[in-house]
Design a protein around this ligand. Sequence first.
Ligand SMILES: *[C@@H]1O[C@H](CO)[C@@H](O)[C@H](O)[C@H]1NC(C)=O
Ligand SMILES: *[C@@H]1O[C@H](CO)[C@@H](O)[C@H](O)[C@H]1NC(C)=O
Ligand SMILES: *[C@@H]1O[C@H](CO)[C@@H](O)[C@H](O)[C@H]1NC(C)=O
Ligand SMILES: *[C@@H]1O[C@H](CO)[C@@H](O)[C@H](O)[C@H]1NC(C)=O
Ligand SMILES: *[C@@H]1O[C@H](CO)[C@@H](O)[C@H](O)[C@H]1NC(C)=O
Length: 222
Amino acid sequence: MNNDSEHVRPLAPATILPVSDESASNTRNNTLRRRKRMKCLICGTVTSLILLTIVLTLVFTVFRVKDPTIKMNRVMVNGLDSVIGTDRVQLLGTNISMIVDVSVKNPNMASFKYSNTTTDIYYKGTVVGEARGLPGKAKPRRTSRMNLTVDIMIDRMLADPGLSREVSTSGLVNVRSYTRVGGKVKILFVKKHVTVTMNCTMAVNITAQAIQDVDCKNKIGL
Ligand SMILES: *[C@@H]1O[C@H](CO)[C@@H](O)[C@H](O)[C@H]1NC(C)=O
Ligand SMILES: *[C@@H]1O[C@H](CO)[C@@H](O)[C@H](O)[C@H]1NC(C)=O
Ligand SMILES: *[C@@H]1O[C@H](CO)[C@@H](O)[C@H](O)[C@H]1NC(C)=O
Ligand SMILES: *[C@@H]1O[C@H](CO)[C@@H](O)[C@H](O)[C@H]1NC(C)=O
Ligand SMILES: *[C@@H]1O[C@H](CO)[C@@H](O)[C@H](O)[C@H]1NC(C)=O
């Protein structure tokens, strides 16, 4: 309330109605009205503050977007049997694929919809296989699972002279995988993009035709 209006208002009706009694009651009425308005203002402010506190509490608890996590459950190799005992020339015509079983755990109260899932397999820094997953979603507080099939470009692996030495000395081929799941979590009106990545190292045991020594590291980028 500023002082100017307090001084101006009682004067305004006084110039129209010269009766001093009415002018006095008007002033009293104005004071009452002003008090009432002040009460409303305080009431409104307190209510707004309470609502704001509730909303902020919800935003930082229930509606806070938490990081989903990805996990590599299993890796399988297909077609490896055709490699054993064959020479380099025959290898060029074989198809080896790796099936990467990945689960996405969503800790949020809302669905995590992902559209961009990829897994790359590296052999000594060179991409030897790429897979793109289908779009999907992890329901609130649930885990969704998917299989990504990576076709291995064996010619790229054979281009590395170290491969045959690795196979003959240890019977193991060390590869690295890079998995990336990108999507969004929408809680009420808040939409948040989340990308989770995972790097794993593993060894392909040639004689067992299986994967062993899997070691993964996760990173989340909001
Ligand atoms: C490998 O896969 C390609 C198609 O992706 C196919 O044309 C070819 O015949 C396959 N080779 C073998 C040895 O299975
Ligand atoms: C999917 O991710 C790749 C990088 O891994 C990026 O280049 C591409 O633009 C993304 N696609 C969509 C639809 O987000
Ligand atoms: C992934 O593949 C494995 C083995 O082939 C199978 O048991 C599993 O049900 C598959 N998972 C999904 C989500 O398709
Ligand atoms: C490969 O797997 C076989 C059978 O599981 C195992 O006996 C052998 O020790 C493994 N090789 C290496 C180098 O770990
Ligand atoms: C995975 O490896 C890439 C390089 O290929 C690196 O940029 C990224 O930070 C690594 N991520 C994790 C979680 O280690």
